[in-house]
Design a protein around this ligand. Structure first.
Ligand SMILES: NC(=O)c1ccc[n+]([C@@H]2O[C@H](COP(=O)([O-])OP(=O)(O)OC[C@H]3O[C@@H](n4cnc5c(N)ncnc54)[C@H](O)[C@@H]3O)[C@@H](O)[C@H]2O)c1
Length: 297
């Protein structure tokens, strides 16, 4: 029996690319999948179900920037399969042009325009919605046969670590995903939950067809390596061509900032605990960060 037999995965961005390949691979290993995408996945789920002779995949047409739509997709998945062991926050888009081209000769004739933040909305807010969904689901369900409440895997990018002149908002969104993942892995340590990232370099057939960009199967293999009994958490696994490595944390000058960070962390930890207790009495604090420290109002 495959180690993933009977496990269930919620995959965003499942209509194409990594998400689609991952969904198919999971089903081939006996897992069930909730395929979530802004585009329709029902053709694929029909094929998978026909081949399996039972319902192993369901399709949910969802824009991941809608919390309500992601929640509804999870609820449909839970009804079909009972629980969700893995959440893949994978849906993402490349840069949408968000600022007009830099041109000093015409600049003063043009109005200053509001930026288009769709890249951030999908790549960061959408993935944080998936993460928030996963972590609350894990809190509510017991251990599976692997000994976990559940596992969250987010799709970052090499641009999480390296700047991009042509995709600054994309790079910002992907850097944020890795930083969130590392923080969440610490927050959920010891809670039978793992949180990791896959950070691919450039993979794809259309734009870069003339170059050998590495097999997509290698990316899928890395997703799968984090599932089942694997206890790893807080990893950012980079895949570039046929190379795979763990990207280390940037700890440059960390020691200099550590005491300030520790003070803020411990103060807020205390405040959040107080907040929880007082919330029961419907008393709530607003916490604000000021240059001089942390203020409570
Ligand atoms: N392909 C690469 O080279 C590469 C490299 C690094 C990271 N990534 C990341 O990998 C992830 C998957 O990308 P891919 O390469 O498979 O691309 P892809 O375009 O083949 O797949 C992305 C899927 O996400 C879906 N999607 C987009 N916006 C959505 C939304 N708002 N709600 C729901 N679904 C939405 C699309 O319909 C599509 O099916 C993305 O997060 C991407 O940023 C890709």
């Amino acid at each position: 029996m495959s180690s993933l037999q009977g496990d269930t995965a919620f995959i965003t961005g499942a209509a194409s690319g990594f998400g689609l390949a991952l969904a198919k691979e999971l089903v081939s290993k006996g897992a069930r999948v909730i395929m979530v995408d802004i585009n329709d996945c029902s053709g694929v789920t029909s094929e998978l179900n026909t081949k399996a002779g039972e319902i192993v995949a369901i399709a949910k047409k969802v824009d991941t920037t809608s919390w309500e739509a992601q929640l509804a997709a999870y609820e449909a998945g839970k009804e079909a399969f009972g629980r969700v062991d893995y959440f893949f926050a994978n849906a993402g888009i490349a840069e949408h042009p968000w600022l007009p081209t830099f041109n000093v000769s015409t600049a003063t004739e043009r109005p200053i325009t509001k930026p288009n933040t769709r890249t951030l909305d999908v790549n960061l807010t959408g993935q944080l919605y998936t993460a928030a969904l996963a972590l609350q689901v894990f809190e509510r369900q017991g251990l599976n046969r692997h000994g976990f409440r559940g596992k969250l895997v987010m799709t970052a990018s090499v641009y999480s670590f390296f700047p991009s002149i042509v995709m600054p908002m994309y790079a910002a969104s992907k850097a944020a995903v890795v930083h969130f993942m590392r923080t969440a892995a610490s927050m959920y340590a010891g809670k039978d939950v793992t949180v990791n990232c896959i950070a691919p370099s450039i993979f794809g057939e259309l734009v870069f067809a003339e170059r050998d960009l590495g097999p997509i199967e290698l990316v899928v293999e890395q997703f799968l390596s984090l599932l089942g009994d694997n206890k790893d958490t807080g990893r950012a696994i980079v895949i570039s061509g046929t190379e795979v490595w763990d990207q280390p944390k940037d700890t440059y000058k960390y020691e200099l900032c550590k005491s300030a960070i520790d003070t803020v962390e411990s103060t807020l930890a205390e405040l959040f605990r107080v907040n929880v207790i007082y919330n029961r009495k419907t008393v709530c604090f607003n916490i604000t960060f000021e240059a001089s420290g942390v203020g409570v109002h």
